[in-house]
Design a protein around this ligand. Structure first.
Ligand code: SF4
Length: 368
């Protein structure tokens, strides 16, 4: 772990909580709660702002509510964020949080420094059923879906971290659902979370600054597209069905490319908006000029842009990253054929920043 600053490690298991978590309630549910306590409905909006906009962690801090209401509210529920199990800060200032949920489950979220702002990568499931061959989370299998409180708790924890570091919370501008899990297989909680993220009195992110990345789940694509609450990225990783089945067998077999692409062609896009196709480059597997040409055949006539990601090879990794030269050659073929492509630099390599790697590393260290 060269250059890594490890900030904190908490106890092993958190106490089981049974009280209602206000972070798991929609505004309507909060209204029901406060009116049930004999208070006017507008009080719910005040509570909502304290929970999301102001990000308080204790009901006593909601100072524009009467003492009496705060007492009643504290008897009915509480504000519960995921607990920080560990924070790793990379030499390139990428910050990775290992978070512990109420049942002791561990999930990861990463803060990625960009030139003008910070992007946060969010998890939506504990583990993942998709088993993509290049992904550490896939190796763990699926445990359960995360709740809205757990999904959005990642943002609340990150904002608090920035505040504690004396940084501005508005620096956290972009959110990408590219962490652990397949977001569209946790559709209900994802959609509830997106509504709070998009709400001005909630977390106040613009839908253009939120990207949901999926392997391609047909029903979820329809719901997400109709909502207009986020941008779309598709984990493609191969130009053909055969190679996609080799790299990401579960997802590719569940929805073959000839079913997926027509659905994506109907995906509602704003003028000039395009779907991002993620392409993780694996040495000797999908990084050759013939693969680039295949991508051009698949996407050249579509509203598409390609994100090329060099594989982040952790310990015991099944693949290697291609040489920089091969990535540049690949990108050039796409450009020459008029397909927009960007190379995403791999941040936080010294802290296992790729999906699921920190958790795998954390568990390994606990066992040592
Ligand atoms: Fe799941 Fe995404 Fe990992 Fe595939 S890459 S196994 S969808 S978390």
């Amino acid at each position: 772990f060269t250059g890594v600053k490890r900030l904190s490690i908490f106890g092993k298991r958190r106490k089981r909580k049974t009280m209602k978590n206000l972070c798991n309630m929609s505004l309507d549910q909060l209204r029901d709660l406060v009116t049930g306590l004999g208070e006017p409905a507008y009080r719910a909006e005040q509570v909502w702002q304290w929970v999301w906009d102001k990000g308080v962690q204790r009901i006593e801090e909601m100072t524009n509510l009467s003492k009496d209401l705060r007492t009643k509210l504290a008897q009915a529920g509480e504000i519960r964020w995921p607990e920080i199990a560990e924070i790793l800060v990379s030499s390139d200032t990428t910050v990775k949080f290992m978070l512990r949920l109420d049942d002791g489950a561990l999930v990861e979220t990463v803060l990625i420094p960009e030139r003008t702002h910070t992007t946060q990568c969010l998890s939506t499931q504990v583990g993942c059923a998709m088993g993509c061959s290049f992904c550490s989370t896939g190796d763990m299998g699926f445990t359960r879906n995360m709740t809205m409180a757990e999904i959005l708790g990642q943002v609340l924890v990150a904002r608090q971290y920035l505040k504690d570091q004396g940084r501005e919370i508005k620096e956290l501008r972009n959110l990408v659902f590219m962490g652990m899990g397949e977001p569209l297989l946790n559709l209900d909680e994802l959609m509830r979370s997106l509504a709070v993220l998009n709400s001005e009195t909630g977390l106040g992110f613009s839908s253009r600054r939120i990207t949901v990345s999926t392997v391609g789940v047909l029903k979820g694509l329809e719901v997400l597209g109709d909502s207009g609450l986020a941008m779309l990225a598709v984990s493609l990783h191969a130009p053909t069905q055969q190679l996609r089945e080799q790299i990401m067998p579960t997802a590719a077999k569940a929805v073959p490319l000839d079913e997926l692409m027509p659905v994506l062609d109907r995906y509602p896009l704003r003028p000039r908006q395009r779907i991002t196709y993620e392409y993780i480059m694996l040495k000797g597997v999908n990084d050759k000029p013939e693969h680039a040409k295949g991508l051009v055949r698949l996407l050249g006539q579509r509203k598409a842009k390609v994100n090329l990601i060099a594989y982040n090879a952790g310990p015991d990794a099944p693949y290697q990253a291609p040489a920089r030269m091969e990535i540049l050659t690949f990108e050039k073929i796409l450009h020459v054929k008029g397909l927009t492509a960007t190379i995403r630099s791999s941040k936080g390599q010294d802290i296992s920043a790729a999906c699921g790697q920190l958790k795998a590393d954390y568990i390994r260290r606990q066992l040592e």
